[in-house]
Ligand binder design. Structure first.
Ligand code: OSB
Ligand code: MG
Length: 369
């Protein structure tokens, strides 16, 4: 007897299409990893890949394949009982890349391990808050009028920070329109690598809009470009896609490529790595915030526990369920005064609702080692 896995594929319609510089989606294809113990207890983790390799090289079908063919089999020696979190990370590190697939498996096993100890993920990670400030990420809409309507809705709902997705051709006019309407709201932008080094002077024009930060303006491997941009642009640069590990975080900061870091557990291979990057950033005096990947309640619950750590001093992309989905796979996360409550139950603190899972499911693969 040992731990086995179910890889659940789901499709959930988004409340509105989400367009970024790397593409558009109107349905989220979700992958939930379920680790099942001998005792019949399930641990859950969300794989945050997109259907296509637009945000990073990972994509959903590839992630499912690498989990089934390589990552789960690699864990075989550990799966006689619920493995300790650090041992899972160490075993998975033998395989290169694929951080989102690794994170999903590690989180499912961590959820199980925590449940067996009646410990919440927040307690385990070192959360110091019971609620976290929430921001919202606004995709590229069809028009300025649509943008103002959408941002207005989020402002009315109480979000504490607005992030606009930008790309060449959708930036200054959008910022001008939002600032004209909301001169004081905390505002930032995310380019998802859409600009080039030669756009430095153009990006400097963002300075007049008093932004908290510009997220990932240049390609992920261009640290020198980000450093050059920082010398021309007054607004702080924040890296997302470029930060893949503790060492790459330290390198980017020491090199002068970034002064703020967006931490996403999926992008860095799990919550243990995410916590380690957080700890390093606290030591280096680098503010961090929790990014998102349009997660369902499963991934969101875990992200909120992470965002309750002391170094997460900026509002995250940890929005309410209703910003993404008419119906979530878990009980919905509901915004309260611009904040979400950190789950307190054992493990990640939430479970998929069986009926929702069944209704949204497109496929289940059982993997036994
Ligand atoms: O770059 O932060 C990003 C969504 C999908 C992929 C990448 C990103 C995003 C977001 C939305 O900005 C974050 C969220 O609300 O979950
Ligand atoms: Mg980003």
């Amino acid at each position: 007897m040992s731990i086995s896995f179910n890889i659940h594929s789901l499709e959930i319609p988004l409340v509105r299409p989400f367009r970024t510089s790397f593409g558009s989606q109107s349905v989220r294809d979700v992958v939930l990893v379920e680790a099942v113990s001998d005792a019949g207890i399930s641990g859950w983790g969300e794989c945050v890949t997109m259907a296509w390799p637009g945000y990073s090289a990972e994509y959903t079908r590839g992630a499912i394949n690498v989990m089934r063919e390589f990552l789960i089999p690699t864990l075989l020696p550990l799966l006689g009982s619920t493995p300790a979190p650090g041992s899972v990370r160490a075993a998975l590190a033998v395989m290169q890349g694929n951080p989102m697939a690794k994170s999903a498996i590690e989180t499912a096993l961590l959820d199980l391990w925590l449940k067996e100890r009646n410990l919440s993920l927040g307690e385990f990670l070192g959360a110091v808050r019971d609620r976290v400030d929430c921001g919202v990420s606004v995709g590229i809409p069809n028009s300025i009028a649509d943008l103002i309507t959408e941002v207005g809705q989020y402002v009315d709902e109480g979000y504490r920070r607005i992030k606009l997705k930008v790309e060449p051709g959708w930036d200054l006019d959008a910022l001008r329109a939002v600032r004209a309407q909301w001169p004081d709201i905390p505002l930032q932008v995310d380019a998802n690598q859409a600009y080039r080094r030669s756009d430095a002077e153009h990006l400097a024009k963002f300075d007049e809009f008093d932004l908290l930060l510009i997220e990932q303006p240049l390609p992920e491997d261009d640290l020198l470009g980000h450093k050059l941009i920082s010398s021309v642009v007054a607004t702080p640069i924040c890296l997302d896609e470029s930060i893949l590990s503790v060492d790459s975080a330290e390198s980017a900061v020491e090199f002068g490529a970034t002064t703020i870091i967006n931490i996403k557990p999926g992008r860095v291979g799990g919550f243990l790595n995410a916590r380690d990057i957080h700890d390093l950033c606290v030591e280096m005096n680098i503010p961090v915030w929790c990014g998102g990947m349009l997660e369902t309640g499963v991934g969101r619950a875990a992200n909120i526990a992470l965002a309750a750590l002391p170094g997460f001093i900026l509002p995250g992309d940890t929005s309410a369920s209703s910003r993404y989905y008419k119906e979530d796979v878990t009980q919905p996360f509901v915004l309260d005064n611009g904040q979400l409550l950190v789950p307190t139950g054992p493990g990640i603190g939430v479970e998929p609702i069986a009926a929702n899972l069944a209704e949204m499911s497109t496929n289940i693969e059982h993997v036994e080692v």
